[in-house]
Write a protein of this length. Structure first.
Lengths: 278, 278
């Protein structure tokens, strides 16, 4: 039976007697199979599984994007129940950011390129809310989707740097049968956009195949992705990247491992995806 | 018997079996009677007392100020021993900020005036290192001197905002018999400067007495402090403040409580002090 709490105080009370270790799955709701995989993993590795559902205004630069972020708490709770989640923390904005709140956690270099460049302030919002949720839940483990690879890197950096005793665990991206990465934003796609959206994955696969054939030029791999995206008229590429997997700095030449990533717009909907190399 | 540890790992091991609650006294060393009072308070309220000794480079804007900050670990350890401290954490800079460290905790409005304006970046350094130390020690209570009133306000804000489960406790300023607030920086004063330094306290007392006689004008109270400081040729006033005790915004008119504070230079040595009203 999944229990739901809405305040910091209720959460503290509920967690007091909770069996350890605790596994935390932070989400913004509108749960999909990607979240379910995180919950299943958390449940398999912990005595207590906690899911947070909080659409964090501080990580949205664009108020319109925040306003239209999809929400359906009743459905989310059914999914948590089905996945055997013990506790859901679904706070209001004022509960996460109480009156007088005025602290920001900022991550440096790793948060600057890619999503950080495209969405100014986004990772400050992520780093801050995750610090708060980690502080509140004090889980041994926290689970995030590798689909948001840079987000995972930012959160891992914060947890290490601020000596937060929660281990950050990245889980593989879950995809639709046609390759589209699961995302709450997919719901915004019109049917033609939805049909076009697997081009992200096709672009990544094209670059991965070029790499597998021996291509090591960063520019060549980026061009491969751009060409694939250009073949889809509904897709507008925002960025394509072939970067150092640790620093996310763009690579001239791929030596060891690397991260391919991209951001693409379909009308007003922005999707991201990535694929590690090596 | 005081035990000393120098790495995050040693600290974790030492704290594992420590009796709760834990009381933490973060210091930059060169311990004086102000620190001793914090340790005594921590010891009286906790089963385990932990002192950290770390001169935090990130809270010094001026490298010369950092270089000449006084240090004497052997003497500090004797004082910890005498005060019945259980554990001293005296890490290197690389242990607090490991390779790749790249996270900053920033506090907004409360950190901007006074010391924040005089020492750009200072409170980011304070908020960041305290977040780390709180994360590492996970104490129930942490003790700070009211002499650094704005620092206490900044740290309290961070702990509440980031849901750090450590209660921040401010302890009264400890003074020399002539009124000079205890500070590690006092050691830098030449004999004539040392003789002049109680002017900070005299200025605060003069303003407090004016307030006690009914003076409620912020400007008049600030002028009272400036006049007192001007009477001491070796003292150069940096700022005088009569501010809202909660927000530290300068007051035109004192209604309820307020905080008098000032920063004064004697040659290259900068001293601060403060006195609450109401």
């Amino acid at each position: 039976m999944t229990r739901i709490v809405r305040t910091r105080a209720e959460l503290r009370t509920a967690l007091g007697p909770a069996a350890r270790p605790i596994g935390l799955v932070p989400t913004m709701g509108w749960l999909h199979d990607g979240h379910r995989a995180l919950m299943a993993r958390a449940r398999s590795e912990n005595a207590t599984t906690v899911v947070t559902i909080f659409v964090n205004p501080r990580q949205f630069g664009d108020p319109a994007d925040l306003a239209r972020y999809p929400r359906n708490e009743a459905r989310d709770l059914e999914i948590c129940e089905a996945e055997g989640v013990d506790l859901v923390f679904a706070p209001s904005v004022d509960e996460v950011y109480p009156p007088g709140f005025d602290t920001t956690v900022t991550v440096g270099a790793i948060g600057r390129p890619l999503e950080g460049a495209a969405r100014p302030g986004h990772f400050d919002g992520v780093a801050t809310v995750v610090s708060i949720l980690f502080g509140l839940v004090r889980a041994e483990h926290a689970y995030f989707g590798q689909k948001d690879a840079q987000q995972v890197a930012v959160i891992r950096r914060v947890a290490i740097d601020l000596a937060i005793p929660t281990e950050v665990i990245a889980c593989p991206t879950i995809r639709e049968p046609d390759g589209l990465a699961m995302s709450s934003r997919n719901v915004h796609l019109s049917p033609p956009e939805r049909a076009a959206a697997p081009v992200l994955w096709r672009a990544l696969v094209a670059a991965r195949e070029a790499w597998a054939r021996g291509e090591r030029s960063g520019d060549a791999l980026r061009v491969t992705m751009r060409v694939a995206l250009a073949g889809e008229p509904l897709a507008t590429a925002e960025y394509v990247s072939c970067a150092d997997a640790a620093t996310l700095a763009e690579l001239e030449h791929v030596e060891g491992s690397a991260l391919l990533s991209l951001a693409v717009r379909f009308g007003t909907t922005r999707l991201i995806d990535n694929e590690p190399l090596g």
